[in-house]
Design a protein around this ligand. Sequence first.
Ligand code: DX5
Ligand code: ZN
Length: 235
Amino acid sequence: MPQDILISPSILAADFARLGEEIAAIDAAGADWIHCDVMDGHFVPNVSFGADVIRAIRPLTAKTFDVHLMIAPVDLYLEAFAKAGADIITVHAEAGPHLDRSLQAIRALGKKAGVSLCPATPEGAIQYVLDRIDLVLVMTVNPGFGGQSFLGSQLEKIRRIQSMIGGRPIRLQVDGGITHDTAAAAAAAGADVLVAGSAVFRGKSRSDYAGNIAAIRTAAQDGRAGDILRASAAG
Ligand code: DX5
Ligand code: ZN
């Protein structure tokens, strides 16, 4: 039984001058999780925000905080993000030599553990940590910036990871270039959590956010349903 499709808006695309109002707006607009993109200017060529900002916005919503750490080294900072209110902490497989240790540390802090893979990283990177993770994040752009184009090359990787996950309770997340156009293909390949930044926060006013989230969700559900139909037609 596939898991429900979840939408996790990335606040990287929010208006930072009104960040609190933006969190309240996406909460009311139907966001399932809140995706927090943390960038260090070292692992990725951009700097965003850190644990203090996450702590400040934590009281504004009860939704799951899905914290994507694009930082290296990472282990030193895990406790700060856990204390700031992260529910899921995702680290990059490429961020250090001891992924297994980082994942153990996240679970020891009482948080769900995720692993993210950059576009050039093969799925084998997670083969021996599957029992330590709650989420796999397949990057469908090179991390660092919002507003980039979806890399179709990652669809095959998503399919392979879905089959590696098998019946385990692991979420399969995609991040980068997700719009109502690309959501269908990502979900058909097996993604069940879709991160979207610019496609959620676009529009003339905050009243557009609910429609943007609904359009991505519907496209993803249609993509998954189409895939199930095609599979059954193929016998
Ligand atoms: C990129 C970030 C993404 C990004 C997505 O490094 O991890 O979460 O904000 O933005 P869009 O949806 O605009 O590609
Ligand atoms: Zn992200």
